[in-house]
Ligand binder design. Structure first.
Ligand code: PEP
Ligand code: MN
Length: 350
């Protein structure tokens, strides 16, 4: 079985005491994981936050905390770098694993300025390039190319989902759009591709389904945020796992048999993932539709209007049946689906 990579640890280093708690609470769990994974301890020191009032990270002060925690566990340390000063400070402190965050990958000037930093021993460094915030494979590939052409050999990429704002019905913080990750892999098959289940999920309860899906798809590893006390985390509190939850997740991952994956068609697996993702969206839309129906119900009640307005329904139905016909779908099947949806809407309204 080929070894996978697991980058794990808190969203951010917050204090010496918190990083000490990270080291103590995760040491045993991570030793257990070392049969399956090459483990790297993460903690953000410079945090690219959307709001200037949010916790911005402790900066270089946290370097020794992160390094001590990683030493205690016996794994390498990784942190996010967005500016040459970050990279220089972390490299001089002894860190050799760096990730480029989604917001930085989105900006070619910033990636180029990192690539140009004079690093003495480039072969000792491993880069992890996250996808840009928007689904743009060329931008992602361009960032990887900027790093690789300056002489770095160890480069991995991280799929962390895409910020689609209003344009997504995904239940996750970032829409996974697995097809983008697969598209990247098609261009650069030799770069290990990891999935950042935490930043896709956005909520601790969704992390394991994303991580398991990624492993089933044959991804080369995972990034998972874990905090000794997630509720009081200074950033991304909702999505960080406790060490105990990490331990459960790792057990589930160990049970996933990936040995058949090489013989099974990767394309079929990918298509099935897309079906699951589409169904997720379909059901999120369904629940949004029922929500609106409830609001319409309130309005009608307040204004003394009847719930059932047959002419309006006939018009909606006719429009959908025509659309179905134009798209090669049996209009009668479309009618049956609309009838069920309409019935549920009416029930919500009464
Ligand atoms: C992170 O990993 O802490 C982070 C900020 O992630 P992203 O760049 O994917 O948002
Ligand atoms: Mn985070």
């Amino acid at each position: 079985m080929t070894r996978k990579i697991l980058i794990v640890g808190p969203c951010a280093a917050e204090s010496a005491a918190q990083m000490d708690a990270v080291a103590r609470s995760m040491k045993d769990v991570l030793h257990g994981a070392s049969a399956q994974f090459d483990v790297v301890l993460r903690a953000g020191l410079w945090k690219p936050r959307s709001q200037p009032s949010s916790f911005q990270g402790v900066g270089a002060e946290g370097l020794p905390w992160l390094i001590d925690a990683a030493d205690h566990i016996g794994v390498p340390a990784a942190t996010e770098v967005a500016q040459p000063e970050h990279l220089l400070a972390a490299y001089e402190a002894g860190i050799r694993h760096f990730w480029i965050g989604a917001r930085t990958t989105s900006n070619p000037f910033m990636v180029e300025s990192l690539a140009q930093v004079p690093i003495a021993d480039k072969q000792s460094v491993t880069w992890y390039v996250k996808n840009p915030t928007s689904p743009d494979i060329n931008l992602w590939c361009g960032a990887v190319e900027r790093i690789s052409r300056t002489g770095y050999k160890h480069i991995c990429v991280i799929h962390r989902g895409f910020a689609l704002g209003e344009h997504t019905t995904s239940v996750y913080r970032n829409a996974p759009m697995w097809s983008q990750a697969i598209g990247f892999r098609r261009c650069y098959p030799s770069f290990p591709l990891l999935t950042d289940a935490s930043h896709i999920a956005g909520k601790a309860e969704h992390v394991s389904e994303i991580a398991e899906r990624a492993m089933r798809m044959g991804m080369n590893g995972l990034m998972i945020e874990v905090h000794p006390d997630p509720q009081h985390a200074l950033s991304d509190a909702g999505q960080q796992l406790t060490p105990a939850q990490l331990s459960d997740l790792l057990q589930r991952l160990a049970a996933i048999d990936t040995s058949a994956q090489t013989t099974q068609s990767a394309e079929l697996t990918a298509l099935r993932q897309q079906i699951d993702e589409t169904d997720d969206e379909l059901w999120a839309l369904m629940s949004r539709r029922l929500d609106i129906a409830r609001q319409i119900g309130d309005f009608k009640r307040r204004h003394g209007l009847p719930v059932l307005q047959q002419a309006r329904y006939e018009e909606i139905l006719q429009r959908r049946m025509n659309w179905a016909k134009e798209h090669g779908i049996d209009p009668e099947a479309a009618k049956q689906i609309m009838d069920i949806i309409h019935e549920q809407s009416v029930l919500q309204q009464v």
